[in-house]
Write a protein that binds this ligand. Structure first.
Ligand SMILES: Nc1ncnc2c1ncn2[C@@H]1O[C@H](COP(=O)(O)OP(=O)(O)OP(=O)(O)O)[C@@H](O)[C@H]1O
Ligand SMILES: O=P(O)(O)OC[C@H]1O[C@H](OP(=O)(O)OP(=O)(O)O)[C@H](O)[C@@H]1O
Length: 320
């Protein structure tokens, strides 16, 4: 890959009038950060995540160079494939991209955080008619002919072909990969989320190549630079606080002294629940951030054990 031409170092972007300039939510910084935000389908989820973390991104009319309410941070919108390349070349310090593209491009990036957003599976799929009764590729092959595998992920597809000991060539696509079989390819290696595009094109999954989701990556140099690393760790902490908060609710209840231990025994929480005494020795108020997924089973159980006045609310950030 040709390294991008040298650019001026990132400038302090928090000018008077910019959102967040000097705001209390700004991460104090000594080192300038060059941030890559993903353009395309990953964009909305990442901007929402940043916003919930108190980091505002103003797309404004500056097109692909949004302003970000982090001090001394210069941002750029790039397609995820280019985010990976720019980080690999050291032209960006930190950015969001799918793990699939980092692996496809064999880019030795430092993964700072798996956001869990945009979960996809990269799979090999084929038309039903190509497969034998067990849903597998026929062992005898296709009458001596080399298979053609269509994919945007040429590297991943080639590695899968090799692992599967297939005699096949890979045909590079630029999207709409599912339309290639049967005329222009025998199989595909592509990403799938709901599976509806595969189904709509009569394709069935024959193998899983890898799982991917949107990650925050740093360049090797930025991760090794102590001043930048400190800022990256703060950014990760803020993002994790939002992801944790999304998966938990704040549960509060009152309980009599005799039932307190039984309630605490079943209460999942981040560390220890907060317990305060009710006025007039009427019992205790208990408060804990519990996993959202446990609520349906937990609330009836807490009531059975003597919990009362149960109150559940959403939290926006949790910093442990
Ligand atoms: N249907 C999907 N659901 C969730 N994530 C997806 C889906 N399709 C692709 N992705 C992820 O989006 C990232 C970017 O992929 P890609 O560049 O193909 O999509 P895009 O940003 O929508 O661009 P384009 O539409 O131009 O192809 C990849 O990491 C990929 O895993
Ligand atoms: O399993 P599903 O929920 O159907 O999602 C998978 C599809 O989504 C993406 O297509 P996209 O719309 O980005 O178009 P593209 O093929 O041009 O990349 C991907 O390339 C698959 O085709």
């Amino acid at each position: 890959m040709t390294p991008p031409t040298a650019r001026p170092q990132a400038t302090a972007d928090a000018r008077p009038g910019d959102p967040g300039a000097g705001s209390p939510s700004s991460i104090p910084s000594s080192a300038a950060l060059r941030l890559a935000l993903p353009k395309g389908r990953l964009q909305a989820g990442i901007l929402e995540l940043l916003d919930e973390a108190g980091i505002r991104v103003d797309l404004g009319d500056r097109a692909y160079r949004p302003s970000v309410s982090l001090e001394n941070t210069e941002a750029k919108l790039l397609k995820p494939q280019n985010v990976v390349e720019m980080l690999d070349a050291g032209a960006r310090d930190v950015g969001f991209a799918g793990a699939d593209w980092a692996i496809e491009k064999r880019a030795p990036l430092v993964e700072l955080l798996d956001t869990g957003l945009n979960p996809v599976r990269i799979v090999a799929a084929a038309p039903m008619e190509l497969l034998d009764a067990d849903g597998k590729l026929p062992e005898r092959g296709l009458g001596g002919r080399r298979l053609v595998v269509a994919s945007e992920y040429v590297e991943l597809a080639e590695r899968w072909v090799e692992r599967s000991s297939l005699d096949a060539t890979v045909l590079r696509t630029y999207g709409a990969t599912e339309v290639f079989p049967p005329e222009d390819a025998d199989l595909i290696v592509d990403n799938t989320s709901t599976g509806s595009t595969l189904r709509a094109n009569g394709l069935v999954i024959i193998d899983e190549v890898l799982r991917s989701s949107t990650r925050l990556f740093a360049s090797q140099d930025a991760a090794a630079d102590p001043a930048k690393r400190a800022r990256l760790d703060q950014l990760v902490m803020l993002l994790v606080s939002v992801l944790d908060a999304r998966s938990r609710v704040m549960l509060e209840l009152n309980v009599g002294a005799g039932d307190l231990d039984a309630v605490l025994d079943v209460l999942p929480c981040m560390r220890q629940p907060t317990i305060s005494t009710l006025r007039g020795e009427a019992g205790f108020a208990v408060r804990a951030a519990v996993p959202r997924k446990d609520i349906a089973a937990l609330v009836p159980r807490l009531k059975e054990l003597g919990g009362a006045d149960i109150c559940i609310s959403n939290v926006s950030q949790l910093v442990s």
